[in-house]
Design a protein around this ligand. Structure first.
Ligand SMILES: [Zn+2]
Length: 300
């Protein structure tokens, strides 16, 4: 059995092939490309590279799953409003179908990562919070919480500071403008700060930037924890991967909060925070699981 899984993010894409025991037998990374033509090209490039590594053809894959950012209809394989990929609408499943022998399954990238996190943690009580170019969360609570139009968890445009930085969505001070990579990276450059090493900074500007980021990540973790009270709150995405200090700092912040407030139970929230052991690979693993039929956090 060869399960192909590909995750395409705003800047990078990653593909894996899993065997019967869901162990990775081949993997490849690539840069993302924009627009429907670019997305099709990068997906076929990764699929062909993986097939070549294994000495097989595209029609030899037993299942195919794809994770993409934006609004995805998993029933039809159509994507809409994939702003980070410059795609307004694309029938991804039918576009790629002629290349493969099996039906493709397509889902939102953060939701497929939540499914991977659930498998890796052997739990159906998981909230995955992704800090990538944008910010979003997905929750397994016995099954995946999809919401209307599969849009549950799109928390990046929650306004935290009405007087804050303008956001591409038309509001100001969205969560994404503070801890989303799209805004965080240029702000760090502008301030002459290094996000990866911000944990050990001693300058007033560095400390202020670090404290703001920690407060905002902790607030988002608190929001999802109060809403879903998942057994595991898993933080991931490029922003977290680039700065492992954030995990320790957010836990510490929540524990300190718990010393002066009794609700929500901050210390208990801190104890449930973890990161993905397979970081960059996890979304592609989740895509492969989706391909196998793990549509709601388990194999249907
Ligand atoms: Zn916004």
């Amino acid at each position: 059995m060869l399960s192909l899984g590909i995750d395409v993010g705003a800047t990078k894409a990653h593909g894996v092939v899993l065997d019967d025991s869901n162990t990775i037998v081949a993997e490849v990374g690539a840069f993302s490309r924009r627009g429907p033509v670019g997305l099709e090209a990068v997906l076929l490039h990764i699929a062909n590279s993986l097939a070549a590594k294994l000495g097989v053809g595209l029609r030899d894959f037993d299942s195919v799953g794809i994770g993409v950012p934006g609004m995805v209809n998993p029933a039809t394989g159509e994507i809409t409003a994939a702003v980070n990929l410059n795609i307004e609408h694309m029938s991804l499943r039918s576009t790629l179908a002629p290349h493969f022998a099996v039906p493709l399954r397509v889902d939102n990238d953060v939701k497929v990562t939540a499914i991977a996190a659930g498998m890796l943690l052997d739990s159906l009580s998981v909230t995955y919070v992704n800090f990538g170019t944008g910010v979003a969360a997905a929750t397994l609570a016995g099954r995946l919480i999809r919401g209307h139009d599969n849009a549950a968890g799109e928390l990046g445009h929650l306004v935290l500071d009405p007087d804050g930085e303008p956001c591409r969505c038309g509001q100001r001070g969205c969560l994404e403008t503070i801890v989303g990579g799209r805004y965080l990276a240029p702000r760090m450059d502008f301030l002459g700060l290094n996000w990866t090493r911000l944990g050990e900074t001693t300058t007033p500007a560095g400390r202020a930037a670090r404290d703001q980021a920690v407060r905002v990540i902790a607030r988002l973790v608190t929001i999802v924890s109060v809403a879903y009270a998942s057994e595991h709150v898993v933080l991931g995405g490029g922003v977290i991967q680039a700065a492992p200090w954030t995990i320790t700092a957010v836990k510490q912040f929540l524990i300190e909060r718990g010393e002066t407030a009794t609700f929500p139970p901050y210390a208990s929230i801190a104890a449930r925070i973890s990161t993905l052991s397979l970081d960059r690979k996890a979304p592609a693993i989740g895509a492969a699981l989706i391909g196998q039929g793990w549509t709601e956090g388990y194999k249907a």
